[in-house]
Design a protein around this ligand. Structure first.
Ligand SMILES: NC(=O)c1ccc[n+]([C@@H]2O[C@H](COP(=O)([O-])OP(=O)(O)OC[C@H]3O[C@@H](n4cnc5c(N)ncnc54)[C@H](OP(=O)(O)O)[C@@H]3O)[C@@H](O)[C@H]2O)c1
Length: 243
């Protein structure tokens, strides 16, 4: 089969399109005929060699942690999916990924593919969707009736976070620049505010340390910078002035 691999860490130039053996699923695994994968910031870090500590991959390595595709073969003991099932999954981060015609995955990590969108498009869901879920529910413990500020809601993670928070019954306040505000509103945000407004909104939306608040409200803090034409401040508390 064909696969994209890198034999050494480096910039995108290390990626090679080459012939490799078609993988065989072991016990508890399935082989998926790949419809699509997607690339996220972590893929860049792994390929560049910056994340060898947390994600030590064996070289040569096939990237692509997200997958959508069709179950092609079953390993021993697999009962939760059948050959021909359309599935999506967030693959183990150090195993060979889905930038290939086929990929092997643990059966237990697979979910049925959504039916309302084309199967290749569904590869954009797993990692960003799980990131949004983890932030909202595992980390923040969001529940119905709460107000939540989703910063950067126009992005991939933010877009899912808006939808998930709204579905959970929260009042969703989202920041977005003009290029994204319409899409964020369509995703279900109750309020969409610009990035500059968000600085003052922080004082009423999220608990903010009393020392940090004046820095945010000033609009031109020492650590502020211009992003997409808007002055934006995300000062880490340890760098905020104490007087
Ligand atoms: N993608 C993943 O799988 C993943 C996994 C774990 C963690 N993360 C982290 O999650 C964050 C978002 O990732 P992403 O993939 O969703 O990125 P993305 O698709 O590039 O979206 C980022 C969004 O942030 C907004 N933005 C940029 N600068 C901003 C600022 N200073 N203040 C407020 N909003 C700002 C932009 O909104 P506008 O469009 O409105 O300009 C942009 O759409 C990143 O920190 C990333 O490292 C991502």
């Amino acid at each position: 089969m064909k696969a994209v691999r890198f034999h050494e860490y480096g910039d995108p130039g290390v990626l090679l399109y080459e012939d490799v053996e078609r993988p065989v699923p072991g016990a508890g695994e399935v082989r998926i005929r790949v419809a699509a994968t997607s690339f996220n910031p972590v893929d860049d870090g792994i390929r560049g060699g910056y994340l060898q500590g947390p994600f030590p991959v064996a070289l040569p390595h096939t990237p692509g942690i997200d997958v959508s595709g069709t179950v092609d073969a079953l390993g021993d003991g697999v009962t939760n999916v059948a050959v021909g099932d359309p599935v999506i999954g967030f693959l183990p981060m150090t195993a060979d990924g889905a930038a290939a015609e086929y990929v092997v995955a643990p059966a237990e990590i697979l979910a049925p593919a959504p039916t309302s969108i084309p199967l290749p498009d569904a590869a954009a869901l797993p990692m960003v969707g799980l990131t949004a879920w983890q932030a909202l529910f595992d980390d923040a413990g969001l529940t119905a009736g709460q107000r939540v500020l989703i910063n950067g809601a126009g992005g991939a993670v933010g877009g899912y976070a808006v939808q998930l928070a709204k579905h959970a019954g929260a009042h969703v306040i989202a920041t977005a620049s003009p290029r994204s505000s319409e899409r964020v509103a369509a995703a279900g945000a109750d309020e969409v505010i610009g990035l500059v407004v968000a600085i003052s909104a922080l004082s009423t939306v999220v608990p903010v340390n009393r020392i940090v608040l004046p820095v945010l409200a000033s609009g031109s803090p020492p650590s502020g910078r211009s992003v997409n034409g808007a002055p934006v401040c995300v000062p880490p508390p340890i760098h905020c002035p104490t007087t």
